[in-house]
Ligand binder design. Structure first.
Ligand code: MRU
Length: 343
């Protein structure tokens, strides 16, 4: 059983695992408002493209609980403000905007049919729960589509965290690994530590070891020499946004990994649900790349690792051109671009 990154609390708050504390401590937090969810997304208490979409949808529900008795117009005006607040938290993962648009459309539909606050809120809760449940099902289908990539004895290399901690289910890049392990296949996973925030060593290694899957954490710079020694059978990574031509944004460091894999003839797969496809973008040049605080680079666990006077450049994501990608593992199977709204 993999970990569950998000749930409703009994009182209707959004219950999350505070991922900043992992792997030292597993701390659950109940987020009572949309502001608390927005803050949690911004500060990486929860992260990963599908999970931030799910959390934002659930945050809208938590944030409008008190408005159930409100007239329709007041409800919708507040909802619009909360949608704008959540949409502004992180720019790169399209899942966030996708989930918020779906919630807004649902509210408009109910209001258009004459529904008042209670009816709109109930619909929002149903749609947020559906977004979560659909993501869980998409993760499983991604795992099934990717299972042939992980025969018995495979060594996989992955980057960042595209597992249960990043989704509503068993993850995207990690889903085929979980299913291969469940099927009794022996799998080894090299986990890039993923500087600067260490999602690989802190999160991926944590959830894999929780599930009893053998993994080895490596500094990001090690991947090339492992490939040169033919010690990696396949690379599988997640995505934050996939353009129509297959270019995709993922955690910084994915692009050099793809170039290394291509150079060494190692198959390189991108695993993602349909909600990560931005069919309106022709290619990766238009993907907005989040810039994060220099302190993430200049410190590790609160300790300075660079002089205070040095500047730091900290893009959170990079774009990998489609030509380096062997295939896309999606809820619609193993596919190739171009992509429409569904792969
Ligand atoms: O900054 P993060 O931790 O949100 O970045 C996450 C990633 O880049 C993941 O690989 C991506 O969101 C896919 S998660 C299934």
């Amino acid at each position: 059983m993999s970990v569950q990154a998000i749930a409703w609390s009994p009182s209707g708050a959004v219950r999350i695992i505070d991922q900043r504390a992992l792997p030292d401590a597993r701390i659950e937090r109940d987020l009572e408002s949309a502001d608390a969810v927005a803050d949690a997304i911004r500060t990486l208490q929860l992260r990963g493209a599908p999970l931030i979409g799910i959390a934002a949808a659930m945050g809208l529900v938590a944030g409008t609980r008190e408005l159930r008795a409100a007239p329709r117009d007041a409800f919708l005006a507040r909802l619009d403000r909360l949608v704008a607040l959540l949409a502004a938290t992180r720019p790169t993962a399209v899942n966030l905007r996708w989930a918020l648009d779906r919630m807004s459309r649902a509210a408009q539909e109910v209001a258009g049919a004459g529904g008042e606050g209670t009816a709109i809120w109930e619909r929002l809760r149903a749609v947020a729960t559906a977004i979560w449940e659909e993501d869980r099902a998409m993760c499983r289908r991604i795992g099934e589509a990717g299972l042939p990539l992980v025969p018995d004895g495979t060594t996989v290399l992955t980057h960042c965290n595209a597992g249960a901690l990043a989704t509503g289910g068993i993850g995207t890049a990690l889903a085929p690994i979980y299913l291969a392990h469940d099927a009794g296949r022996r799998v080894q996973v090299f986990v890039d530590e993923t500087r600067p925030v260490l999602q690989g060593s802190r999160l991926t290694a944590w959830e894999l070891t929780q599930a009893g899957i053998a993994c080895t954490v490596i500094a990001d710079a090690v991947a090339g020499s492992l490939m040169r020694q033919a010690a990696v059978d396949v690379v599988i990574v997640g995505a934050d946004r996939i353009a129509a031509n297959g270019d995709f944004a993922n955690k910084i460091g994915t692009y050099p990994l793809a170039v290394l894999a291509w150079h060494h003839g190692v198959p390189f797969y991108c695993a993602a649900p349909s909600s990560t496809i931005d069919a309106a973008l022709p290619d990766g040049d238009g993907i907005p790349i989040e810039q994060r605080a220099p302190e993430e680079v200049k410190t590790i666990a609160g300790r300075a690792v660079a002089p205070a006077a040095a500047a730091a450049f900290n893009p959170a994501f990079d774009v990998t051109p489609a030509r380096y990608v062997t295939g896309y593992v999606t809820d619609c199977g193993l596919v190739k671009p171009p992509f429409g709204a569904d792969p």
